[in-house]
Design a protein around this ligand. Structure first.
Ligand SMILES: [Zn+2]
Length: 340
């Protein structure tokens, strides 16, 4: 399965080469043409000779992570976060640093050393560092440099009843869904784009949409899933195992009502469970795609993922399969030679 391999690949925003190489190798035989633009977006096209609305499907290759900013005299690494990471989830997390994947652990003061007033509080952002086991700055410099990226180091594992945990499901699960869809025959021209730098401002997609100039676009995502006990009922975004989530609106996009309608109709017709995303937080590549050129009708379909933007997220493999089925039904509903 693509997902397990995609999850393990390392690609913090701006540094997506390993993910891009893997995807292009896997889909080479499934598409008519493929190219990479100066930003690093990977394009794959099929059905170019066909008439009908030109569809763009997009999933982002990048993941949130860390960037080494400074090496202390004692060999500990200071870092910045890349993308939306709550620093309170970081203490004691295992990471891999730089191209050589140097192992490290995120350290902080142990509980024994904390003053009573510090104990009930989350560790401050500036009190965290990456420890790669170096004894000195000189020793650390042999292994890493400021400017190196670090990624969470979490094994992909299937557990429970058709569930999986791993890192970077946002948005490797979207990449997985898109790769699965490329196995299908197409009825209208299709351009798949595996975008870069979504997590730091939807940057790759902005350029990609300008290049493709599609008639219609669909963004495939991993989205928040807040069905855990602490959540207030009206804060529940999606429910795990209840099918792909269709977005009506989020911080970056008000989805065209016709797109929401078409996706719901596709779900009904194919007998696929689906849900509407019930919060408006966050944004996706749709935020820049729908505003590209003269405007693009853009929908968003997501696989619910608990604990996204942390070292380990959890998803339902049924949701993943149903997302493929929903989007497939949506693509089948686009009339060859007609308009939406
Ligand atoms: Zn995402």
């Amino acid at each position: 399965m693509y997902l397990s391999e995609l999850s393990a690949l390392r690609g913090v925003s701006g540094n997506e080469a390993a993910v891009r190489t893997y995807i292009s190798e896997q889909i080479r035989g499934l598409v008519d043409e493929m190219w990479v633009d100066p930003m690093g977006n990977l394009f794959a096209r099929k059905g170019t000779h066909l008439s009908g609305p030109h569809v763009m499907l997009a999933a982002h290759m990048d993941e949130v992570g860390l960037l080494v900013t400074h090496i202390e005299d004692d060999g500990l690494l200071r870092f910045d976060t890349v993308g939306g990471i709550d620093h309170r989830v970081l203490p004691s997390v295992w990471v891999q640093v730089g191209d050589e994947a140097v192992p490290g652990v995120i350290g902080a003061k142990a509980i024994h050393l904390k003053k009573p007033e510090e104990r009930g509080k989350p560790v401050a952002r500036d009190d965290l560092f990456i420890d790669i086991g170096a004894r000195s700055k000189a020793e650390a410099e042999k292994l890493v440099q400021p400017g190196d990226y670090a990624t969470f180091w979490t094994d992909y594992e299937e557990l429970g009843d058709r569930r999986a945990k791993g890192k970077a499901f946002d948005d490797r699960v979207g990449c997985h869904v898109l790769m699965e869809l490329l196995k299908d025959e197409v009825q209208t021209p299709l351009t798949a784009v595996f975008t870069v730098q979504e997590e730091i401002g939807l940057r790759g997609a902005q350029v990609a949409a300008y290049t493709v100039q599609p008639d219609v676009a669909l963004v495939l995502e991993g989205t928040t899933c807040a069905d855990i006990p602490l959540s207030i009922p009206h804060g529940e975004s999606t429910k795990l195992g209840h099918g792909p989530a269709i977005t009506v609106a989020d911080r970056s996009t008000v989805v065209h009502p016709r797109m929401v309608e078409l996706l719901i109709e596709a779900g009904e017709r194919a007998g696929v469970p689906y849900q509407l995303k019930r919060t408006t937080f966050g944004g996706t590549d749709a935020g820049t795609i729908h505003r590209a050129g003269a405007g693009v009708r853009t929908g968003i379909v997501s696989v619910p993922c608990r604990y996204i933007h942390t070292p380990a997220a959890m998803l339902s493999l049924d949701d993943v399969e149903n997302t493929v089925r929903l989007v497939r039904a949506f693509l089948d509903s686009i009339p060859a030679g007609g308009s939406l």
